[in-house]
Design a protein around this ligand. Structure first.
Ligand code: PMP
Length: 340
């Protein structure tokens, strides 16, 4: 399609990009689904669209209604672009640890942004719980009402990936996909795409790529919900079985340290022209591990969640990397080769 009725038609149908180094290293065909090409520049546009459409179908949204959400940023951007297109407004609660670039993108979309201290989920002031309470109180007072998008436990998020992401991957690999892997924030992308692909073929293997500091690797690999270490990646890392993850079981589980993911992300810039965010690095590291476990000759797909420019002040910032004890790539921190 090359003529759209609105920006909403530009959500989804993203291409698969062959990851050349990863493919050559493993003898597999490893593809990244270019979700950064969505109009809100992340995989979360899909959740934004499906959550709002679902609420409309259930008659929960009135014209001019408010959509409230707690988000690491990308879901807020997706919700805001969909809300603006359809005549709603957004109020976004974000932990203050998230990148300034994502906060700026939200302000740019006209979202009302509420920054809160980052505290664990079990704390009643956690951003997700705060956003739920805020939605309730706005719903009582605002003339057009309000809904809580609730991306973690609203399975409209996962359903969007069942009907779009999985179908696109199946179609674009001519049904030859053997493995799919990605990290989990809400679990909508992983569980939804897995569910959709397994409907086409029970032989497709599913992997989870978990960052350090998240508990799902230990949960799926050892039956114990336990986190260890930490990660600079944003938007991923879960410590509970969200509603989107209910009934989901991966075939393979991996725990990926930041150093492994960042090296991949940095090399992709200079070798393959792809400047991606940290969760994409975790995903590709996971895809390489899955390819090695499955053996050569398989086709494996992962998700390229968002662009690196959303994290320029962090994972592409020498001072930040040094402070975290992480390697600084030559092309960012090095001295110039040419001068005028
Ligand atoms: N990567 C990034 C950059 C994200 O913002 C998110 C969503 N928070 C994810 C990955 C994870 O996606 P999901 O919520 O579908 O698990």
């Amino acid at each position: 399609m090359s003529r759209y009725n609105s920006i909403l038609d530009a959500i989804g149908n993203t291409p698969l990009i062959r990851l050349n180094r990863a493919s050559e290293e493993t003898g597999c065909e490893i593809y990244g689904k270019a979700e950064f090409l969505n109009p809100g520049q992340s995989v979360k546009d899909r959740a934004g669209l499906f959550i709002i459409r679902d609420a409309e179908e259930k008659g929960l949204l009135e014209p001019g209604g408010i959509i409230v959400e707690g988000t690491a940023g990308n879901t807020g951007i997706g919700l805001s672009l969909v809300a603006n297109t359809l005549g709603y407004r957004t109020v976004i609660v974000i932990p203050d640890t998230q990148s300034e670039e994502k906060k700026d993108a939200l302000r740019l979309m006209g979202a009302e942004l509420i920054e809160v201290p980052a505290v664990p989920y079990k704390n009643p002031n956690n951003y997700v719980k705060l956003s739920g309470r805020l939605a309730e109180s706005i719903a009582k007072t605002h003339p057009s009402g309000a809904i809580w998008a609730n991306q973690f436990d609203n399975v409209a998020n996962r359903d969007g990936h069942v009907v779009t992401t999985a179908e696109e991957i199946w179609h674009d690999t001519d049904g030859e996909v053997d493995g799919f892997i990605c990290a989990v924030g809400t679990g909508g992308t992983l569980a939804g795409t897995a569910l959709g692909l397994k409907r086409h073929s029970g032989h497709i293997k599913i992997g989870i790529a978990d960052p350090m500091g998240a508990a799902l690797y230990n949960f799926y690999a050892h039956g114990e919900m336990r986190a260890e270490g930490s990660s600079i990646t944003e938007g991923i890392g879960q410590g509970r079985v969200t509603a989107n993850l209910e009934g989901f079981e991966p075939d393979f589980a991996y725990q990926i340290p930041d150093g492994e993911a960042l090296k991949i992300a940095f090399d992709l810039v200079t070798e393959e022209g792809l400047c991606l965010g940290g969760s994409s690095g975790i995903n590709i590291a996971g895809a390489i591990r899955l390819a090695k476990d499955m053996g050569p000759g398989h086709t494996i797909v992962t998700i390229l969640c968002d662009y690196g420019n959303r994290y320029q002040s962090k994972m592409f910032n020498p001072a930040f990397l040094k402070e975290k004890g992480l390697p600084v790539p030559e092309w960012i921190g090095g001295t110039p080769d040419f001068e005028v």
